[in-house]
Each structure stands twice: as structure tokens, then as C-alpha cells.
Design a protein around this ligand. Structure first.
Ligand code: ATP
Ligand code: MG
Length: 393
């Protein structure tokens, strides 16, 4: 489907339901689309009647790339490639005939579906469909009209300035525009879960900043690079982000030296939450995000989660809490993080795993075990060693 005039129509999702906030949601979404499409060429991007119009301003625009990028912008429910034309039945028919010729060649049946956003247009939507459908049936005698289950649906939209012709739209990423849901720090490991949990919260409009804990020499440079690569993959959806790298070796060694083995992981997780909260506070973020899923491992039982959460007053968002691993893996594949996540580099969580972790921990017992450590000093020192990287699409 090549056409010099080809443009994109992006339909808004829940954004349209937001009442008085609608305006700011729309502005945010348009600016997110603009930013995401910057690398694909120069476009005119504007919004009318719950549709974002993306029109190439020059011949050098990469429409394939723009199409792919538009589908990754949260807040967009569907994306259609369309061609504008004059608002007459003749022009619409001519446009459909040339633009959709390959689609007609592949179809045995078709129908026309019309929408009249411009209520002053002289035909109503049923009349438009009849007129355009009749002419197209004549132009493509091998393709019959079938209004119930056609192979091809030709969409015609009559809007303010132009009519638009397009084939079926494809689903967009859904959700809400990034930036409308607040700002949170996501704990990103190299595993399968945390890229998915990050993506899910970004889809609800949350702007993300990442924190990753490293334990050299127990964890390798490759493990850290893998996490930066995961963050980079997420930027296609979330936009650019900062990844904070926090040294975790000393904390883990101190835990191993001074605490009972059955509590290793729990105490380690409590340190992660403290450090993440400190990073979040400094960044002005209002919540933490983890990839925890109830019952997945010993440190993710209900009681273990309670022990972990005990050290932070920030909301801890766990979008995977009720999901099965197969569902998480399906999303990881869909969003493109799966192949990177399964690269076999050790995470700090797997460095000192207890042989018999406590699955029904008592909070007081864990606190007592932890009191063997100088918690504040360890936290302060780890934060001093923090570095950060800005990751771009
Ligand atoms: P994942 O697949 O995300 O690694 P997991 O099933 O391996 O999760 P854990 O290793 O217990 O579970 O980690 C639980 C959560 O804690 C992770 O989803 C992530 O949010 C956070 N986390 C674990 N390790 C790290 C790390 N090295 N840096 C930052 N966050 C981490
Ligand atoms: Mg992990």
C-alpha cells in the first residue's frame, strides 16, 4: 500500500473518558507521539475529535517506522494507515481503487464502512457506504459485497477538511499517556518479571526511573549491560529514562556474615526497598514497582511480602501479583524483552540464596536478625556509590 499522501490516524483510548482532564491527557499524548516519531522524519501531528493525525511533512519520512512507533505509544488504542482525499464520492472511490488495489486483489468479498464526523456532509454514513460500495463493486467485478463477514473492510471517514480512506486498523498499545500517572521508581533486575511489571505500570501512564542493584565481583558486567539493554528496549514504550546503578556487594556480604541463613533473601529484599525508596525520594517519585508475583518464590509469599514492605512507607506497586508465569512470559515476548531476559547472567538475588529460605517469616524475628547490622550506615554507603545512566530509544 504505497501512496505519497499516506498518513496515520491514531485513535485515542481511555483518554476520551477523562472528563475535565481530557485536555491535558490529549496534550500529553500528542507531545508523546511527537517525541516518539521524531526519529522517523518530519511530521505534522495534531488532534481532532479523539483522533491524532500524523501527516508526513516531507517525502523522506519513514512511514513504516512511524507506523511501528505509533503502535507503541500508550494512550493510543488503534492505528490506521490512511490516505486523505477530497470530500466527494468520486475522489473517495478513486483513492480506494488505487490505495487499496493490493487488498482488493487478495479479497473475495468486501464492504464499506463509513463514518461522518462532519455532520454537514451531504450524505449520511449509510448513503456514503452505498455510493462508494456500489462503485467499488463495479471497479472490482471479482470481489463481491458481503456486509456480514467480508474479507476486506474499506473504511471511509468524512472529517473536517478531507475524507480519509483506510483498510482495517491495528491495535495500539492501549493504556494512558506516559506522564499522566505519576512518577515511580521500578526495581529492574535482569529477569523476566521486572521488565514486564515496569511496562505494565508505564501503560497506566506512569513515568519510570529504574534502579538496579549490582554485586561485583559476584555479578558480572554482562549482567549489568543486560539490564541496560532491557531498559533500552522499554524506552520504545516509556520514552527515555534514567537507570540508577546501586552497589550491593557489601550489604550482601554483611548479611551473609551476620544473619541467619534462612533470612538472607528477606533481609536483602528489605535493603533493596530502603535503597529504592531513597532513590525515589531524591527523584521526586511517589511509588516503587517490583516484579513480584504471589507465591512465585519463597520471598514472594504473603508473609514474606509483608516483611519486605515493612521498611518503606511508599506504595509498592506489584502489577504481576496475580499473574501466572505463562501470562508474564507471553507479555515479555509481545513487548520484546523475552530474548534478553533469558540470557544466562547471574543476578545478585541468586548469589547467596539460602538452602532453606523461610516462607512463613515472622516480622519481629526478621527485624531482630537484621539488628545485627548497621542498617543506616550500609544504606548510606551504598547510596554514596550510586551511579546512573540515561537510556534513550
Ligand atoms: P525478575 O524476573 O524480575 O528478576 P524474580 O522472579 O527473579 O523477578 P526476585 O529475584 O525475587 O524475583 O526479585 C523480585 C523483584 O525484586 C524483581 O522483580 C525486581 O523488581 C526486584 N529485583 C530483584 N533483583 C533486583 C536487582 N538486582 N536490581 C533491582 N531490582 C531487583
Ligand atoms: Mg530475578
Amino acid at each position: 500500500m504505497m501512496n505519497n499522501n499516506e498518513m496515520l490516524l491514531l485513535k485515542l483510548g481511555e483518554v476520551v473518558l477523562k472528563g475535565l482532564n481530557r485536555r491535558s491527557f490529549e496534550d500529553k499524548l500528542v507531545s508523546n507521539v511527537r517525541r516518539r516519531l521524531k526519529n522517523c522524519g518530519s511530521f505534522q501531528i495534531y488532534i481532532r475529535q479523539s483522533t491524532i493525525y500524523v501527516e508526513p511533512a516531507t517525502d523522506s519520512c519513514d512511514m513504516e517506522a512511524a507506523y511501528a512507533a505509533a503502535r507503541q505509544v500508550f494512550g493510543v488504542v488503534s492505528v490506521a494507515r490512511a490516505v486523505p482525499c477530497e470530500k466527494t464520492v468520486e475522489a473517495i472511490v478513486e483513492t480506494a481503487k488505487t490505495y487499496l488495489a493490493p487488498a482488493f486483489a487478495a479479497a473475495r468479498t468486501f464492504k464499506v464502512e463509513s463514518k461522518r464526523a462532519d455532520k454537514h456532509f451531504y450524505l449520511n454514513s449509510i448513503q456514503i457506504s452505498q455510493a462508494v460500495g456500489g462503485e467499488l463493486a463495479e471497479a472490482f467485478p471479482n470481489v463481491a459485497v458481503d456486509v456480514h463477514e467480508p474479507d476486506l473492510t474499506v473504511y471511509v471517514e468524512i472529517r473536517e477538511k478531507h475524507a480519509y480512506v483506510h483498510a482495517p486498523s491495528v491495535p495500539g498499545a492501549g493504556g494512558l499517556p506516559v506522564g499522566m500517572g505519576g512518577h515511580a521508581v521500578s526495581l529492574l533486575s535482569g529477569g523476566l518479571d521486572s521488565p514486564v511489571s515496569s511496562w505494565m505500570m508505564a501503560r497506566r501512564g506512569v513515568e519510570l526511573e529504574m534502579v538496579h542493584f549490582v554485586s561485583p565481583p559476584y555479578t558480572s558486567q554482562q549482567a549489568q549491560d543486560k539490564v541496560l539493554e532491557l531498559a533500552r528496549l522499554l524506552t520504545a514504550y516509556c520514552g527515555r529514562m534514567i537507570v540508577h546503578i546501586v552497589p550491593f556487594t557489601e550489604i550482601q556480604e554483611e548479611i551473609r556474615k551476620n544473619c541467619p541463613e534462612e533470612y538472607f533473601t528477606l533481609i536483602m529484599r528489605r535493603f533493596m526497598m530502603r535503597l529504592a525508596e531513597a532513590v525515589a525520594k531524591k527523584a521526586g517519585a511517589k511509588a516503587l514497582i517490583t516484579g513480584e508475583s504471589l507465591g512465585q518464590v519463597a520471598s514472594q509469599t504473603m508473609m514474606a511480602l509483608g516483611v519486605t514492605e515493612d521498611v518503606t512507607t511508599m506504595p509498592v506497586l506489584r502489577p504481576l501479583i496475580g499473574m501466572d508465569k505463562v501470562e508474564i512470559i507471553r507479555i515479555a515476548r509481545e513487548i520484546g524483552t523475552y530474548d534478553t531476559s533469558i540470557l544466562p547472567y547471574e543476578d545478585c538475588c541468586t548469589v547467596f540464596t539460602p538452602r532453606h529460605p523461610c516462607t512463613r517469616p515472622n516480622l519481629e524475628d526478621v527485624r531482630k536478625a537484621e539488628s545485627a547490622l548497621d542498617v543506616d550506615a550500609l544504606v548510606a554507603k551504598a547510596l554514596e556509590g550510586e551511579t546512573w545512566v540515561r537510556v534513550k530509544p
